[in-house]
Structures are given as C-alpha cells and as structure tokens.
Design a protein around this ligand. Structure first.
Ligand code: NDP
Length: 293
C-alpha cells in the first residue's frame, strides 16, 4: 500500500502557483483575485471558506470573503454576482454550497459569468469539460487528477467505479475518467443510492472514487486486492479528542481497506487539500485568461 499524500502534493503544487502568482503581479501590477460568497452560518462551510481564503494568501492571491445572513433574498444574491461579473478586479468567484432552501443553487450557478466560474459548476464549463475543450474543471475532480498525475499513475484501460453522482464530485469525476486522456481512458461505472448490488460493482473496480458522505461506507470486503482508492468523503463528528472539537472521517474505512489497496488517500490529508489546489489553479488560469479571453 502506498499513500496518495495530499499534504505533500498540495504543498509542492502551491509552491509553483506562488511563483506564477508573483510573475503575474510583476507583469500586471496586481494579484489574482478570488471572491467567495458565503450565505448563512453552516459551520463546515465557514471552515472551508476560511481555508480557501487562507490558501489564497499563502500563494499571494488577493481574496475577498462576502458573508451574508441566511435570510438574504435570491435576487439580492444574484445582483451581487452580476456586480462581481462586471468588476474587472475580480478574476474568480465561488458561492459556497449548500445554500439556504429558499435560494435555487442552479439559478445562482448560472448567474456567474462562466469565465469567472472557478468552481467549474456552470453548464458551459460542464459541457466544455465533457467535450474535452478548455474549461474550468470542478475543483475536487481537478485536484484528484492532479494527484494521479503527480504520482505518475496511468489509469488507461482501468475499470473505474465512482460512488456518488453529485454535480460537484461524482458526475464530473465519471466524465473526466472516461475522457480520452491520461488520467482517464477508464471504463467507468457511476453508482448511487439506487444502484443494485453495489458491493459487486465496487469489487470490480481497479480504481474507486468514493463521494457518498457516509462514514466508512466502503469496507475491505468491497475492495479488490490492489485497487486504487480515492476517498472524497468528509464526515464531521463531534469529538473531545481534538482541539477543534470535531473529527473528520472518510467514506472509506481506511484501517481495513488500506492493506488491500495499491494506493489510497487518507482523510484528512488527502482529497480535501487537493480540492483547494484545484480552486487555486483555476483562479490563476482565470486571472491569466489562459482558458477564456
Ligand atoms: P451529495 O450528498 O451531493 O451526493 C452523495 C451521493 O452519494 C449521491 O449521488 C447519493 O445517491 C450517493 N449515495 C448516498 N447514499 C448512498 C448509498 N447508500 N449507496 C450508494 N450511493 C449513495 O454529496 P457530495 O458529492 O457533495 O459529497 C460527498 C462527500 O464528499 C461528502 O462527505 C462531502 O462532505 C465530501 N466532499 C469533499 C470534498 C473535498 O474536498 N474532499 C469536496 C466536496 C464534497 P443519490 O444521487 O441516489 O441520492
């Protein structure tokens, strides 16, 4: 078993981003700028946004966090997005999900100018990704591809089983792994809560991507000997063992599964750190206008 070490890989890639960010500042007189909009007081969302902002600073980006109360109207939120779309000093913009129930996430996502959509959730970016055209790839799947690339893992010809079909992780991951490039070139099975005999499906996988949101859902008896295991899950449980007051668990039972796998990501210290890297890379590309002019 070898570890896909998000700490190591994210630190190395962030060094490169920092250099490029400094070069961008030297040539343009300004820093790449990411704006994050947070609505309401969800503890996990607040932690994720704070971490994104902290990482922007680390690599020399400018970052702005706009925090609205949970009762902001959909119209007011979309008006702000339009203002940011028109603001030349803003390169990338994200709206942290989930949103309160009275706000339609699809309307919000589509309000963002696709050229500033560094989360890669806009239908234009998703469509272009599916056709293998330049686009912003959703940060988590992008981070996973960067991790596989870093370790030189050739996925060509593998059978990939993605567990979970969300718009932000499972679905885009399945598209990316099926594309005609490496990492990719996989035969992909996309599974979800309605899949029959899910254990048998997962057992066929050479590479498993678990994005379910259920602690230790994937157990050793579901994993073929030698499989690559990518654990996206972040399940928070209150704990008095840690300073923060909670502990994170993956969707994979790491202790049990690790000895059967060829490569595996830990939680924490795996995909979560790579997601930030995906977002930073997209923001840099947005600033440099290397995807869209
Ligand atoms: P969603 O809740 O949007 O999607 C979960 C998916 O899992 C759904 O497609 C659902 O199926 C499927 N599912 C649920 N229960 C089962 C089951 N018993 N068997 C098979 N499939 C099941 O979650 P996300 O994709 O947003 O997130 C998944 C996990 O990844 C969460 O823990 C989240 O916190 C984490 N996450 C981590 C990130 C990171 O940076 N590491 C980034 C984003 C998310 P159905 O569609 O049928 O309901």
């Amino acid at each position: 078993m070898k570890l896909l070490d998000g700490k190591l890989v994210s630190a190395k890639i962030k060094e490169d981003i920092k250099e490029e960010s400094a070069a961008f500042l030297a040539s343009t007189g300004r820093r790449p700028h990411l704006v994050a909009i947070l609505v309401g007081n969800d503890g996990a969302s607040e932690t994720y946004v704070a971490s994104k902002m902290r990482n922007c600073e680390l690599v020399g980006f400018e970052s702005t966090n706009i925090h609205y109360p949970a009762d902001i109207s959909e119209e007011a939120l979309i008006d702000k997005i339009k203002e940011l779309n028109a603001d030349e000093r803003v390169d990338g913009m994200i709206v942290q999900l989930p949103l309160p129930k009275h706000i339609d996430p699809d309307r919000v996502t589509e309000a963002i100018d696709y050229r500033k959509d560094v989360d890669g959730f806009h239908p234009i970016n998703l469509g272009r990704m599916q056709r293998n055209l330049p686009c912003f790839i959703p940060a988590t799947p992008y981070g996973i591809l960067l991790m596989l690339e870093y370790y030189g893992i050739n996925t060509t010809g593998m059978h990939a089983v993605v567990v979970g079909r969300s718009n932000i992780v499972g679905s885009p991951m399945s598209i990316l792994l099926a594309r005609n490039t490496n990492p990719g070139n996989c035969t992909v099975t996309l599974t979800h809560s309605r899949t029959k005999n899910i254990k048998e499906e997962i057992l066929r996988a050479d590479i498993i991507v678990a994005a379910i949101g259920k602690k230790h859902f994937i157990t050793a008896d579901m994993v073929k000997e030698g499989a690559i295991v990518i654990d996206v899950g972040i399940n928070r449980e209150i704990s008095n063992e840690t300073k923060s007051g909670y502990k994170l668990y993956g969707d994979v039972d790491f202790e049990q599964v690790a000895p059967r796998s060829s490569w595996i990501t830990p939680v924490p210290g795996g995909v979560g750190l790579m997601t930030i890297v995906g977002l930073l890379k997209n923001t840099l590309e947005a600033a440099k206008k290397s995807v869209y002019n």
